[in-house]
Design a binder for this molecule. Structure first.
Ligand code: S3P
Length: 441
């Protein structure tokens, strides 16, 4: 059954207990997608150590295989090899490319495929992905000469891409989105002339780091790395990529460890790229006790082990400025706010409404079912924390990060809960529920 499928029975979530021990979170989802994609269009073999064996990267791998790329089986703990077909070697697929639940797959594929002159591609996804806005990629690609069509004036999947020779240009993106930026950088690799992408604020920079390592002619400039330029023509060469653990998966353990009395967790091998560490800044603001152990650099990305122990937490405020650095951690931070005495405020978070679900609405609805005191706003929420939450009948509403956030909330509630569609966690963290049981004591 797929992670966002609907057939499984609700999961019983026991309240109480604490969490202790060591946990190694699975590979970073963003870096996993990119290693497959860049490996596919490089010359020669790419090896990937630590690739996330979850549904989203499997969607990227399946699309690439459908275009003639040989990728070895993706298993837990195994090294994956990708036999690159070169910048122009992707074949026209016989079937629709199925991006599953993965926005990163669909958006990066649009950029990758728009410049494959003369070839035709159709991209589709599950019910959630079919609701997510794609014009944010299609429109800037159109300014490079791309032909992307879909429902709602090209905004919604299924999308048809008629590959064309693209021209380089200067593009200001309307949202700080690494998915949009990365799509444009991929398109720029085979454009006729150089391209510069200018973001309103810097989003995660894994594409820039990894494309450079693969040999792309890419420069980062401007205030806070917001201007990224690509000169076409460089050959990408296969690399040995080591994928660090995903800080967005570590976030569930960080918040649980900080909130749950008696908790003491060490999360190993966590990627600490500064464009991703907003969660640590907010937890520090809250007074959480987190130590970074053994900081090191692994294949161009900063990495460390994080030890978190329980401590009393203060409420927090954060807004638009930090959002690109913690966009995926807002659901678990909304859980944290429920358990801190006082009022926490999240603003500048309207992007949350166009994620796998409308995460502001879904988190508010589910936490209110547990008795939380939350006002939802257009761009965020106000949470008055400190009153006990009660066990309830919960639903992930098919969203992986909602599922895991509610798993942490349920542990802290008075009374047991049940969670429908808990299997959504497999989109980014297939072993989450097993790990939760293993660490519980
Ligand atoms: C991602 C970027 C983020 C994030 C998503 C993964 C990526 O989306 O929410 O989970 O891999 O580039 P946006 O760039 O659209 O904010």
């Amino acid at each position: 059954m797929s992670g966002t499928g609907q057939s499984d029975d609700p999961r019983e979530l026991k309240a109480g207990g604490t969490l202790q021990g060591r946990v190694k979170v699975p590979g970073d989802k963003s870096i996993s997608h990119r290693s497959l994609l860049f490996g596919a269009i490089a010359e020669g073999t790419t090896t990937i150590d630590g690739l996330l064996p979850a549904e989203d990267p499997l969607s990227t791998a399946a699309c690439l295989r459908a275009m003639g790329v040989t990728i070895s089986p993706i298993t837990d703990g195994g090294i994956v090899t990708v036999e690159g077909v070169g910048l122009d070697g992707l074949q026209e697929p016989a079937e629709v490319l199925d991006c599953g639940n993965s926005g990163t797959t669909m958006r990066l594929m649009l950029g990758l495929l728009a410049g494959r002159d003369g070839r035709h591609f159709v991209l589709d996804g599950d019910a959630s992905l079919r609701r997510r806005p794609m014009r944010r990629v299609g429109q800037p690609l159109a300014s490079m000469g791309a032909d992307v069509r879909g429902r709602d004036g090209g905004n919604l999947a299924p999308l048809a891409v008629q590959g064309r020779q693209l021209k380089g240009t200067v593009i200001g993106t309307p949202v700080a989105s690494a998915q949009v930026k990365s799509a444009l950088l991929l398109a720029a690799l085979t454009a006729e002339s150089p391209t510069t992408v200018i973001e309103p604020a810097q989003s995660r920079d894994h594409s820039e780091r990894m494309l450079k390592a693969f040999g792309a002619d890419l420069t980062v400039g401007g205030e806070m790395g917001r201007h990224i330029s690509v000169r076409p023509g460089a050959t990408l060469r296969g690399q040995n990529v080591v994928v660090p653990g995903d800080i967005s998966s570590a976030a569930f353990w960080l918040v649980a460890g900080a909130l749950i009395p008696g908790a003491d967790l060490t999360i190993e091998n966590v990627g600490l790229n500064p464009t991703r560490t907003g969660i640590l800044e907010v937890l520090e603001q809250m007074g959480a006790r987190i130590e970074v152990l053994n900081p090191r650099d692994v294949a161009g990305e900063p990495v460390g082990d994080l030890r978190v122990t329980h401590s009393p937490l203060k409420p927090f405020h954060f807004g638009e400025e930090i959002m690109p650095r913690l966009v995926d951690e807002v659901p678990i931070l909304s859980v944290a706010a429920c358990f801190c005495e006082g009022e926490s405020r999240i603003s500048g978070a309207s992007e949350l409404r166009v994620k796998e679900t409308d995460r502001l609405a879904v988190m508010a609805r589910q936490l209110k079912a547990m008795g939380a005191d939350i006002d939802e706003h257009d761009d965020g929420m106000t949470i008055r924390g400190g009153r006990p939450l009660k066990g309830a009948v919960l639903d992930s509403e098919t969203d992986h990060r909602v599922a895991m956030s509610l798993g942490v909330a349920a542990m802290l509630a008075d009374g047991n809960s049940s969670l429908a569609r808990s299997e959504a966690a497999a989109v980014s963290y297939p072993s989450f529920w097993d790990e939760l049981e293993r660490l519980r004591c």
